[in-house]
Design a protein around this ligand. Structure first.
Ligand code: NAI
Length: 469
């Protein structure tokens, strides 16, 4: 007889494994199916975690080269040991994926290695590498299969993993390229571009839009792009890439002005294509039970249910921002829903962080969104140049920006560009989750001296005046 489970989760990324743990904690009998050798999905294996290990290490290298002298530390010129840096990254990944395997055991979740495919509304087939298949009976199925590199719309890209690379390869280059062209000035392009720029590559970003990090607050992205230029980045904006090819071990990127005009071709040792990701539904058997999709994404209702009542979808494979923490929160909510509780995700308050230097962090509405929605708002801003701790640490680039409703002072959006922005943003997220006002935050005592005082002062600048400006 086939194994029987209350929940079978397909995919063990942050959405899937968190869903499995929560469901097990709620007393359900859970299985998780993963086609890769290790658990953790894109985020832990080739995404968030390895990139952060490299971002940290390359930032330290850059700091030792350019920051120590100003602090009165004299050293010999720091030397890069790239393979050692990659060892640090690999060890970080291993510790994290092993951690997930441990959590599966601890929560008595059965792990099946193989490709999961929906055979019927109540069964999942798992086919291992050797082609051996087994069937799991499932009262509920959760699709958490994530996303894959999308490539450039309308342009054929032949990723060879050495000269023309995706983020999967760009976290494991064997040597620092002299010149790197990044197609796409989004999160992946700027994070991984930063890694290789700090390690010595000359990085040129080719971006279709007029600003980097499309969709984030305009004031913040302008400041951020200025910072990257200072670090040596070159930008080709409003530029549509029409071809990515290879010639004699070099990558060639051809682009033309979006408005029309002559095409230009750049040459580089490595071309990183970072133009988005696409939901991954290959071989999932959605057709077997007639699960509906919309532009490649699994369609769900407000409770993550597909059109088949006991089959759910969460994370990158379904609607919403492709962010690990969004998937995690959906995983918890779906487990709670299946267990008969009330699962909830507040999509208005999902922070977004770009882990560069300076970091960019954002939660809630941007100024552009408020304008286009015709919302009357007040803006309060405070620069890190006026923050004592930032001066002491030589990290004065950037600012905190508050947007609050003009009538009620309820905070609608907070945007930060600066050192540690990705940590500071969460006090704004908590404030907003409780429907707080800028005055609520401005009257909350903040320890001195901290970077977070700039958050408090920006809040004060929203309903009144900051003290230190
Ligand atoms: P993205 O959607 O963030 O950026 C892609 C960029 O490529 C856009 O700015 C777009 O205008 C540009 N583009 C598209 N076609 C082009 C063309 N023909 N020529 C020139 N430019 C073109 O996608 P990205 O950076 O690949 O990231 C994929 C997903 O992964 C995103 O949803 C992102 O949020 C997520 N992610 C999040 C991270 C974080 O939260 N720190 C880190 C890495 C990825």
């Amino acid at each position: 007889m086939a194994d029987q489970f209350d929940v079978v989760v397909i995919g063990s990324g942050p959405g899937g494994y968190v869903c499995a743990i929560k469901a097990a904690q709620l007393g359900l009998n859970v299985a998780i199916v993963e086609k890769s050798a290790t658990l953790g999905g894109t985020c832990l294996n080739v995404g968030c975690i390895p990139s952060k290990a490299l971002l940290h290490a390359s930032e330290m290298f850059h700091e030792a080269q350019h920051g120590f002298e100003k602090l009165g530390i004299q050293t010999n010129k720091p030397k890069l040991n790239l393979s050692k840096m990659m060892e640090h990254k690999d060890a970080t990944v291993k510790a994290n994926v092993d951690g997930v395997a441990f959590l599966m055991k601890k929560n008595k979740i059965t792990v099946f290695h193989g490709t999961g495919s929906i055979a019927s509304a109540n069964s999942v087939t798992v086919t291992d590498e050797k082609g051996k298949a087994e069937t799991l009976e499932a009262k509920n199925i959760v699709v958490a299969t994530g996303s894959v590199v999308a490539g450039i719309p309308g342009v054929e890209v032949d990723f060879d993993g050495q000269v023309i690379v995706s983020s999967d390869h760009a976290i494991a280059l064997p040597k620092v390229p002299k010149e790197m062209v990044v197609v796409g000035g989004g999160v992946i392009g700027l994070e991984l571009g930063s890694v290789w720029s700090r390690l010595g590559a000359k990085v040129t970003v080719v971006e279709y839009l007029g600003s980097v990090l499309g969709g984030m607050d305009g004031g913040v992205t302008k400041q951020f792009q200025r910072s990257l230029k200072k670090q040596g980045f070159t930008f080709k904006m409003n530029a549509k890439v029409t071809a990515v090819t290879k010639k004699a071990k070099k990558g060639l990127v051809t682009f033309e002005p979006v408005k029309g005009g002559d095409a230009v071709t750049l040459q580089a040792d490595v071309v990183l294509v970072a133009t988005g990701r696409a939901p991954y539904i290959d071989g999932l058997g959605l057709d077997a039970v007639g699960i509906e999709t919309d532009r490649g994404k699994v369609k769900t209702d407000a409770h993550w249910r597909t059109n088949v009542a006991n089959i759910y979808a969460i994370g990158d494979v379904t609607d919403g921002p492709m962010l690990a923490h969004k998937a995690e929160d959906e995983g918890v909510a779906v487990a709670e829903t299946i267990a008969g509780k009330h699962g909830h995700v507040n999509y208005n308050i999902i922070p977004g962080v770009v882990y560069t230097q300076p970091e960019v962090a954002s939660v809630g509405a941007t100024e552009e969104q408020l304008k286009s929605d015709g919302v009357d708002y007040v803006l309060g801003q405070f620069p890190f140049t006026a923050n004592g701790r930032a001066r002491a640490m030589n990290v004065t680039e950037g600012f905190v920006k508050f947007l609050a409703d003009k009538k009620t002072d309820q905070v609608l959006g907070v945007h930060i560009v600066g050192f540690g922005a990705g940590e500071m943003i969460h006090e704004a997220a908590v404030l907003m989750e409780f429907g707080g006002s800028s005055e609520d935050l401005g009257r909350t005592c903040h320890a001195h001296p901290t970077m977070s005082e700039a958050v408090k002062e920006a809040a004060m600048a929203t309903y009144d005046k900051p003290i230190h400006m």
